[in-house]
Write a protein that binds this ligand. Sequence first.
Ligand SMILES: [Zn+2]
Length: 292
Amino acid sequence: MISRRALGGNRLWIGIKRPQSGLKLVDWCAMPELPEVETIVRGLQSHVAGDRILTVWAKIAATLTGTKILRVHRMGKHIVFDLAGKQSAGRAAEAQWIVHLGMTGRMLVCEPEAETVKHTHLTATLASGRELRFIDARMFGKLAVVMPATFDPGGVEPLAVDLGTFTGLFRGRKTPIKSALLNQKLLRGVGNIYADEALARVGIRPQRRAASISRADLQRLLGAIQAVLREAIELGGSSVSDYVGADGEEGFFQLQHRVYGREGEPCLVCRTPIRRLVIAGRSSHYCPKCQK
Ligand SMILES: [Zn+2]
């Protein structure tokens, strides 16, 4: 849902909001994670699903032009547009347009007269009269077209995986549980913040060997991963999505972090200072007393 006020602003950002000035930098260095992508996808699904792409300005233009957007959904951290062909009136996806936001990618649904901002890499004119634009200052994002519609980013979906499959991912794995959670070939879309927060909720240290964790603890861990992702999605959804003013000054939604980015600050449970260590090149945060 988008308010009239938002549309009156002539542009609708489907993207990640910038941090408010009071937020620490560490809260912002993270790439868009699964909940952010899910929020963006919901915004896109409500605004462009059913619309038809008339013209595209980008290298992949020829494949996208004339297609109808059947559905916008998320696979891991990829935004997936299911597309029906130029002649087709059917409901089956014949191709998929894949967007990965990387670190700074944004998608914008706007009126054609809206100013074209710097780093606009794709503009799609839609049958509804609006435009869909992809903007990325640093170009770590990716655009691709997959035909036929068989895109598979690998790994299992953390919000949909069953317990047996989840526990099987870690069987015999000697790496720290934190690295296993970030391994996109195992689980897709669980990023650094949500891995740290989920481990804190179940009292497991990030450096614990994955294979040493009991099935009962893995079950609790899966519940915690799903809970933090769902809570973050809800926060994103409730901030309605994604609208920011012309220069994007509104707050960045996020969970109240218990450990992430809180090195040296007291644990919310036992007041022990939160520790930080680097695992697989990423900062990990934990309470040395509450997490074993
Ligand atoms: Zn503690």
